[in-house]
Design a binder for this molecule. Structure first.
Ligand code: TXA
Ligand code: MG
Length: 362
């Protein structure tokens, strides 16, 4: 298969380009497109055959359910059985945006989309290209991140091509995505609502609107199965596969209580691996460069990818996956990453780093 690449204006997408992509969706094809979080790999969500092609193209296991994208919250009844009031409240506040809601599956949604679950994941993306495509296609679009299974999510069209060239029909290149980490996945079928995957909308922002929100994996909570109305334990969710975002290189997360200690740790580890003759990559904050340039006995001949200012988590999130991919391409054998805390977007950054990491050092 030849993958067609069409450049599209990220703010005011050209109608004739969108029309071609919409036609591809309508005929059951696969179209990768930018959203505000990461690039998605879209197919008609109500067409089981088209959805099957998504799993094949990505090499994604069938047990991993997809997110359905809608043009507007008004389309919810097309894919959802009954949305509780809290879902409407959240939709009003955060859609279009980086919040995915888990809701009861509507009858029109093929079970392959939801991996057999009676719930479905839904969001309205905040990207002019994604919204224009959804409107023109006139159908809900199922779209996981447009990467090969197990690789970092794509934040540029080049990342998508790298993973999926020749495996999808069309790629809309709308430039780099702005948020850079995936949406927050929030289960609103249980009380309190449960964050299954931290993402572009922070826990703090959710709690400001709806009060306490639980976080999957947090220790002070009763088991998830106890709080699901169905009592089901079959909770398929994002973190299920621990090494989901793994780069090829071994990634070690350095998360000491203080930044100074973290950097010291990173420096020592980098030196150790360099002494062993390994190619070392560093995922650090802009200001850490000084430390690695001057704070060590010898300047480290490591590959350095500065993610952004340590207090500008939006910038760090935007660059995170590109950094992992770049270090992979440069042939890094070990990647040392530093933690950015767990406040705001830090929680999502931390989650992606942990899942990419084979080891964590405190
Ligand atoms: O930002 C995003 O969310 C991007 C863009 C393209 O929208 N999409 C994305 O999709 O990250 P994906 O497939 O890579 O991740 C969706 C996650 C999966 O890990 C899946 O486990 C979870 O959402 N999910 C989907 N349906 C679910 C359900 N019914 N119950 C629990 N988790 C679900
Ligand atoms: Mg994904």
């Amino acid at each position: 298969m030849i993958t067609r690449l069409l450049r599209v204006h990220p703010q005011s997408p050209e109608a004739e380009i969108i029309a071609q992509a919409a036609a591809e969706i309508q005929r059951g094809g696969l179209v990768a497109f930018p959203t505000e979080t990461v690039y998605g790999l879209g197919a008609n969500a109500l067409d089981a055959a088209a959805v099957a092609r998504i799993f094949a193209a990505k090499g994604r296991p069938a047990e991993d359910p997809l997110i359905i994208h809608l043009a507007a919250a008004d389309d919810l009844p097309r894919v959802v059985r009954a949305a509780p009031p809290i879902a409407h409240e959240l939709a009003r506040a955060f859609w279009p945006g980086a919040l995915t809601l888990i809701l009861p599956r509507g009858a029109a949604v093929p079970l392959s989309v939801t991996a057999g679950l009676e719930t479905t994941a839904v969001r309205v993306p905040a990207h002019p290209v994604a919204l224009a495509l959804l409107q023109a296609a006139g159908t809900p679009i199922a779209a996981p991140s447009a990467n090969r299974f197990g690789r970092a999510s794509p934040t540029t069209a080049q990342h998508v091509l790298h993973d999926l060239d020749g495996r999808i029909d069309l790629l809309l290149d709308g430039g780099p995505t702005t948020i850079g980490v995936e949406s927050t996945v929030l289960d609103v079928t249980c009380t309190p609502p449960l964050i299954l995957r931290p993402g572009g909308v922070s826990r703090e922002a959710l709690e400001a609107l709806i009060g306490a929100v639980a976080l999957r994996g947090e220790t002070d909570l009763s088991p998830v199965s106890d709080r699901r109305p169905t009592g089901k334990t079959a909770q398929i969710s994002p973190g299920l596969l621990d090494k989901h975002y793994a780069p090829r290189a071994e990634l070690i997360l350095c998360a000491s209580p203080t930044t100074a200690r973290t950097l010291e740790q990173m420096g020592q580890l980098a030196q150790k691996f360099l002494d062993e003759g390994k190619k070392v990559g560093l995922l650090i904050a802009d200001q850490d460069r000084l430390f690695f340039a001057e704070g060590l006995p010898a300047q480290l001949p490591a590959l350095i990818f500065p993610l952004g200012a340590a207090d500008d988590l939006a910038q760090v999130a935007r660059n995170l996956f590109a950094g992992m991919r770049w270090l992979d391409e440069q042939g890094a054998e070990v990647i040392l990453a530093r933690s950015f805390g767990r406040q705001g977007l830090g929680l999502a950054i931390d989650d992606r780093l942990r899942r990419a990491a084979s080891r964590e050092i405190e």
